[in-house]
Design a protein around this ligand. Sequence first.
Ligand SMILES: Nc1nc2c(c(=O)[nH]1)N[C@H]1C(S)=C(S)[C@@H](COP(=O)(O)O)O[C@H]1N2
Ligand SMILES: [Mo]
Length: 543
Amino acid sequence: MTDRRTVTSVLAGIVATVIYFGTAELIARGLGIVSAPALILGQILIPLMPTALIKAAIAVFGTGDKLALVITIVIVGSLLGALIGWIGVNRRGLSIVLLIGFGLLPSVLTVTTGSELTATLPTLGGVVAGTIVYLMLLHLDDRARRKCFDEVGQPGSGEAGRPDARPADSSDAVTRERAGRESKPDRRAFFGLAAGLGAIGIAAVAAGQSAASLARSAAGTVTRLVLPRPATSAPEIPAGAELDVTGLTPLVTENEDFYRIDTALIPPSVDAGTWQLRIHGLVEHEVTITMAELLDLPLEEHYVSLACVSNEVGGDLVGNAKWLGYPIRDLLAQAKPKAGADMVLSGSDDGFTASTPLEVLTDDRAALLAVGMNGHALPRDHGYPARLVVPGLYGYVSATKWVTDLEVTRFADKEAYWTTRGWSTHGPVLVASRIDVPRPGATVTPKDGGRVITAGMAWAQHTGIAKVQVSVDNGDWQTADLSEELTADTWRQWRCELSGLSRDTHTVSVRAIDADGNVQTSQRRPAIPGAATGLHDRQFTVE
Ligand SMILES: Nc1nc2c(c(=O)[nH]1)N[C@H]1C(S)=C(S)[C@@H](COP(=O)(O)O)O[C@H]1N2
Ligand SMILES: [Mo]
């Protein structure tokens, strides 16, 4: 009897939790806001995790639609719900208090972080629905039990909270058997309702999530700023800059396809009308610039490829876009950095910071305070309304999205977000290359003359790619054809015809050499503290 009560009570706790999350997701979607408990909890948990886990989590959640995180939180939450249900076997009142208390936690957190009050509505709705479901299931369970006691001539149970106060019927085999039989319809009703509500809760979470990712991709492409024409346009794309190979990555990455990496589970929603950038610290004059002032300046357009330091060898955390913005060099010239300064700590609305060498921001490269990406306002995921883009550095030390603050300072005095977590202070990009074609494990039919095409991308931003070489089955390096260079700040496509391959499985590997003569190293090294190294290779079969 006690076992069965434990089962039903624990189940009621789990179902209540799932209904809680599901209701909250649906309300959040209905209101068009992102503050459902699963994401709020994720936002709080991520910074508490060990560094390696955070990077891994961000790689998964930063690019995906956060579904994995939400599932994890719902599962962990349900375990807590189970625990509360288990406590409820003996102490029902306490379990209800715990259910409501833990349930309200995310709304307390939203309020204390200064969000609007509507942001708490999903959580509140979730708590109400979850508590009702919990009480309803327990009531059904009590009724099943009470009925069976009545049937066997026992008094109705008014002491549901104290099982030890119940008549000692469990020692009586006959009573137990009768009880089991008599309570069956109510038992079935209990389990049926529990299963049904559990399924509804899960469906609600799923529906809320898919609506959220739809809303996110819409928010990611919508244009809210009217961008001025550039004073200086980007160069025309030369005819030979794109090679005609099926399956090869396009030279310019569409905004929707651009990789996304950041620590913000919920991308900040910044109002361009009130946005300001403040330049301060070791400067002669503090400068504050509004969006209207920024858009009035002569803006420049530049193609720049951006890469993430945590990109694995062969990975796709790299993209190339046409950015519209104002040179950071010219903004800093207005502020006049003082002698001794060697770094600019850029900060964003969400607390992220990046440390960029001052000299990189003041030399002649196209380091931009960007407002446009491929002819559109920056998508929210990519830093709307303004971000930094600096050719030649990894994103974590340069590409601050939702940027609001530039502090001119010294590496000796300040540390940036990822530097305090074990990543190197300076993050120059390393020469890199990747194979796109053939696809992994592909079976290829050689073209006339027994030729097999391999192709891919190579990058060494701000230095430029001089050469790409491929090797089959550890044979001699052969030189690939390169697409025409767009600029030294962008990646280049390469292609190579392999011939004389036997009908067998082969491995092709690639290496790039930059314009300074640096050869991409074959030495394998993990991403932390300063980008993974090693050569990308790929297996395919010739038929
Ligand atoms: N505010 C903010 N800016 C940020 C980050 C972040 O976490 N927060 N991540 C950086 C990192 S690690 C990279 S690689 C680039 C990625 O930019 P993208 O998402 O537009 O591709 O943004 C950088 N800017
Ligand atoms: Mo990154």
